[in-house]
Write a protein of this length. Structure first.
Length: 369
């Protein structure tokens, strides 16, 4: 009797262990597994960042060229500013050698030349400065002089491009103003993750404040500059549907390209790459593509019982999806929305096996983790 009782106790203990392991398996779902079959469309592989940037630059340059062709405008003569470096060539005439000088426009907006001294250059075009220099040299110093002036270094018109661009920071422009597409190109074009909307911030002064700013005193305190902000849609510019968005960027303007606030969804369960994924902003994303982004289902996945959890604000919605029927176009493919959670489940025996392996610490041996 004693031996029989011991056998019964042993069988009872074994049955109890099996029940415990079975119960662990029923409640266990391994969200880290990464093996088995995979379905990944070729279009879903991560893009080459450098190729994407080059394509953005080419598309932006093409959009700028198209805008210039459709919106004809006359290029304004460059107005010299403080900080510019001018190369002045003076050909006195006769047998005298040409004089070549590099002069900096000082903070007062003036340049200094031999014999004639200082003269105001800021706010004037190169042609206007050439005419004045010629008049000052002739006939007092030279007979029939020829004066040629060019800007050797543009340092007076900074534009600040910040945020998600290739070369953020201060960019010196060689024109009085440039369209925003050109400003973005100078800064290396927008990068991956850049938002569609670009913010341009600039100072706006009244006419009275502008008069005082150039040195004509007035009674009372000067009116402080007003700051205005303009929002520009890059997509509309690139596609040519909103060419009027290609606004002018002036010296000292700030162009900011913010990073887009990512809209994400989560995939867990029996997929090769569970985790958090962004929703593309340029197209809708279905359940099949969402699972593909997570590496596709593993060989142990129960694709006919995939669960979609959606928070509606008023509560949670639960959808049960058969991925096989969706793949065969027998069921519609649901659109993934921000904050959705997709759970790719498995069969009951696999869950029991996973629970058993985890309980007895055999997972490292079978799965490598």
């Amino acid at each position: 009797m004693t031996e029989e009782a011991n056998v019964k106790r042993a069988l009872l203990a074994l049955l109890t262990c099996l029940l415990i392991v079975g119960s662990l398996g029923c409640s266990y779902t391994d969200f880290r597994r990464a093996y088995g079959s995979i379905y990944v469309p070729e279009s879903e592989f991560p893009p080459d960042p450098m190729k994407d940037i080059e394509e953005r630059q080419a598309a932006m340059a093409a959009a700028l060229a198209r805008w210039r062709a459709e919106w004809a405008y006359e290029e304004e003569p460059y107005e010299v500013g403080a900080g510019d470096v001018l190369q002045v060539r003076v050909f006195p005439g006769g047998h005298m050698a040409a004089q070549v000088l590099n002069v900096i426009v000082d903070e007062d907006g003036a340049i200094a030349l031999p014999l004639i001294g200082r003269l105001i250059a800021e706010g004037r075009t190169l042609a206007e400065i050439e005419d004045q220099v010629t008049e000052l040299y002739e006939p007092a110093y030279y007979r029939d002089p020829v004066v040629s002036i060019a800007v050797s270094q543009f340092r007076s018109k900074p534009v600040y491009v910040t945020g998600a661009v290739g070369h953020p920071g201060m960019q010196m422009i060689s024109k009085n103003r440039i369209p925003i597409l050109e400003a973005l190109l100078i800064a290396g074009a927008t990068q991956l993750g850049a938002a569609d909307e670009v913010l341009v911030t600039r100072e706006s002064r009244s006419k009275e404040a502008e008069v005082e700013a150039i040195g004509h005193p007035k009674s009372g305190a000067a009116e402080p500059p007003r700051v205005e902000s303009v929002r520009v849609s890059i997509t509309g510019l690139m596609e040519g549907t909103e060419p009027e968005q290609n606004i002018w960027v002036n010296a000292d303007d700030i162009v900011h390209v913010p990073l887009e606030v990512a809209k994400t969804f989560t995939v867990v369960g029996y997929v090769r790459g569970p985790g958090l994924y962004p929703i593309p902003r340029d197209r809708e994303l279905g359940i099949m593509d969402a699972v593909a982004l997570a590496g596709g289902p593993t060989g142990d996945a129960r694709t006919e019982h995939t669960i979609l959890l959606r928070d509606t604000g008023a509560g949670s919605q639960v959808f049960t999806i058969d991925l096989t029927r969706v793949a065969n176009a027998e069921d519609p493919d649901l659109q993934v929305l921000p904050n959705d959670t997709i759970i790719v489940t498995t069969t009951w025996p696999i869950r029991v096996l996973d629970g058993f392996l985890s309980a007895f610490r055999f997972r490292q041996f079978f799965y490598g983790y």
